[in-house]
Design a protein around this ligand. Sequence first.
Ligand code: PLP
Length: 469
Amino acid sequence: MNQPRTVRELVEWLVSSIHEGVWLPATPLPPERGLAQQLGLNRSTVATAYLELQARGLVDRRQGSGTYVRGDLWGITPDWPRYMERAAFRPLAPIARQIAEARQQDGWDFSEGDIGSDFWPLDTLEHLLADVELKKVLGYENPLGLPALCEAVSLEMKRHLDVDVDPGSVLITAGAQQALYLLARGLLHPGDTIAIEKPSFYYSQALFQSSGVRLVPIPMDKDGILPDALTQLIRNHRPSMVWLNPTYHNPTATTLSLARRHAVVALCSTWNLPIVEDDAFAHLRVAGTPQMPPPLFRLAEQSSVLYVGSLSKIVAPGMRIGWIAGPRAIIARLGEIRRQIDAGTPGLVQALAAGLLASSLWPNHVEAVSHALRDRRDAFHRALWGFAGLGATWTPPAGGLHFWLNVGGSVPDHVRLQWAVNVGVTYAPGRLYGADDGFVRLNYARLSPGKAERGLGRLKDAINGEAVL
Ligand SMILES: Cc1ncc(COP(=O)(O)O)c(C=O)c1O
């Protein structure tokens, strides 16, 4: 159905959406103002349509809490919420939903976790796509991955990180996120404990919670996790693994120092603890900053570290190409699990990724992104000057995509985010990552410097409480 324009069309649209299960019985419809904004209608049009739904007996209006699809419609549909509640996966945290909803609006989105399409190597990918021999990639492939891509990843890990990995020790995944899923499901039991940075990547936290894995947070400072705190925590909680994102950490952008890397590796070796090294941002060094320290995968006995890489940040997240490098027996086992889940990553994108990594243009692309990041980071840093006046503090990142601001204050993150959303700005609040209230993660790379500067001006006023609507 086309975008509704009149009350009658809107009522029809809402009725069919309820029947299609867009909103289930006993759940709320969107607030009038939000829906009006989303559809480009007057609020009064939405209010009238909601009254009409009430008159037809489809919804209840509850004073102060909105409009709900009537619960007794269950007679005509199954009790879906019960099914969803009993299943393994937890719903997203309310603040994650708040961000997802805010992203729907036009305006300034600083919340995303990728470099943005300005930097995707589209011409190279288009040429490579034209050259893919479909006959060779459309079968049920080896669930470990296309041999050409495993080989290309192994060569890239040598080129970029100076690590030797046999192609047979590489498993291609649908992004780093699926790698984390396979590791959590393949190697951990419900009830296990893992040690993980506080704060940390939201979706890994959500995944562990859904898997029944308990998280114990490792405190961090500007040089990454504190080895002494990790020692204490191992003694107290006996985790079964240590999960780290040591380079250009999400969300804080810090990098674990070389001395601490050695300390963490030694500590985990003493306790015979495996490490998962999530290195999704490894290629995103800002030009002019020091080379990052070697990965834990190089510093430790390789059989004790499972390394996770990704092309999402340096190429494009929609490629959904990531990988795990680790002991061959573990890789083989994870491949068996992968076979059970979805039979492997689509051959077509794997062929594209293999072509890209093997292309003579690849190192130029990595270099070009690094320089572009420097320009965008420096412009963003200049545009942030006004935040210093609010007492905010930050360190310009040496890599990755984010500024991590401590804006302090006593306002809960979800309230402050709503102030920003009201003036058209979205960002990722620290709470999303398990930080205390008062932190703001801003992607500096996606918006042009001019647009970013205008958005930051609005955000500053909103954070200050000046622009609350
Ligand atoms: C630390 C970290 N790990 C993994 C991922 C998932 O990346 P991918 O798109 O490769 O699944 C992200 C995405 O933001 C991330 O920040």
